[in-house]
Design a protein. Sequence first.
Length: 637
Amino acid sequence: MDEHLSIKTPSEIMRGKKIKQKKINKLRYAEYYDQQDLLDSLYSESEKGTVFCKLMKHIVSDANIMMAYRSIKRNSGSKTPGTDGLNITDIEKLEPEVVCNRVRNILNNYQPRNVRRKDIPKPNGKTRPLGIPCIWDRLIQQCILQILEPICEAKFSNNSFGFRPLRSAENAMNEVYRYINRSNLYYMIELDIEGFFDNVDHSKLIRQMWTMGIQDKQLLCIIKKILKAKILMPDRTLITPTKGTPQGGIISPLLANIVLNELDWHIESQWGENPLAYKWKGGIAQNGTFSKGSSFREMRKTNLKELHIIRYADDVRIMCATKKEAERVLYGVVEWLQKRLKLNVSMEKTRIVNLRKQYGEFLGIEIRTKRKGEKDVIASHMCRKAIERSKKALKEQIKVIQHSGNKNQIIENIQLYNSEVRGIHNYFRMATDITVDCQEIHNSLYMMMYNRLKPLKKCTLSPRLGDYKNYGKCKRIMECKGHYILPIAYASHRKTVGKKKSVNLYTPDGRKWKHDNLMFGNAHLLGELYRYPVRDRSIEYNDNRVSLFAAQRGRCAITGKEFLSQEEIHCHHKKPISKGGKDGYNNLVLILEDVHRLVHAKKESTIARYLSLLKLNDKQLSKLNHFREIAELPLIT
């Protein structure tokens, strides 16, 4: 049996053997609320071309609403208030039934509240306008997103990488490298769509959704209202948008991908998805798709021009073989976007780059080729803006460390500096010459760091520290005030990884590469926990009860006995509510009802009766006393 399919028995779990599971939060939430089969079926039906006319019943189901609550409560943005001043804490104290009914009532005659406009500074000195919906509108958008995503994923192109599950900037960069190294496509069209998010045509978007099979008229009406929600500007004036999708809305990235999906298929239909690409025989490639190598060799003998699109959100790159072909493609794409999608291209920022002579840019990476033997190979760097931005950010953080008031502040600010270093290394390691770029940043920081952070001394990382895996062999690590500072110069290129085409959130075979199912047998009881929530308790309490059941493998935290029915499960507050305890995950634990009575027992006769009934061993009694101590009750000896 494959390692990723191996299942441990409950006895192995309870003996304390560590089990490392592959886990994707989105899939785990779907398991908690028994939604995975529904999402799989939506994906499968969408692949077959099914028309969906009754999606609202899935969107307003209790399970989908509870799953949506769970998804947004973990976002840092959930604490950001909208125009009504509310955030996730105002929802989490309500009962699950109240939340579900409130969502359904809002959607019966949906009128979204005003969206708060917030201007976020960009590195180039300009600002990016964000639209922050109210928290109930965000919850509704999440409910819609969860149902629409599998339908759209079945229709999206494999050459689109932005804001999609199991896809990343690294996957997009790998495609660029592959077309250059293997297909010898050295001309890159850098296509800049002018103000894309502000210029999406609403009517065209709705027609595209209808063409994709999303034909629930009530749902489309709700999406129209989301798009036309009034925006409260910083000067308190209200504007009604006639086009565009608000950046900051939960559903906006999906809608943006729907708009540009038509561009993806338009480009691919000319080469990769041309009917001729399937004419000649081909097997199954390593990435799980039909191999078109034989077809491409024959197609290159014709007058067809080879071109490939790589798109990350609205960042579009098209790879071509010659300058003449690139010029023809650019002219055609600009005209097609204007006529078909009513989008304009910024000709000032759009250009054709010969990668053998100059650098092209994509996702913060400068790309060109250099001669190596008889072949041109990739030579990529951090872009100049990213280097200067990194220098500035790290220098500012060094100043903050220098002027920290006490030891705790120093350690906290050093950790922030280290997180900046990790972020640079983790993202830009897909550049082949990242070592050169990071050395340049280090050279600009070297004297400043030594002058401002005296005394510095060399140190080595302990294997117990989290950074040991990546930085344990480095001899440049310095210690300041008892805490280590990661060296920006210790960076190396890591080969980019392409997305395996068979990996998919919405098929059982596609999930097994990235995710393991829950490893305990009583899934029916888990379903009962969300279907029958505890009355007079908050949605936060009931949601965490489901999480704890999965985390504890369906067993009592003290005795280790398996729960057999919902009635014998008690969700215990470690710190009682009367003493300021909350319904947060870390303050709750699932225990048997009899164990719960013993935790709170005060009379000696009651304690003796339950001790006799439960027959706890020393380890179990120690755990129980731990909970009694937190509850400020005397220990049982």
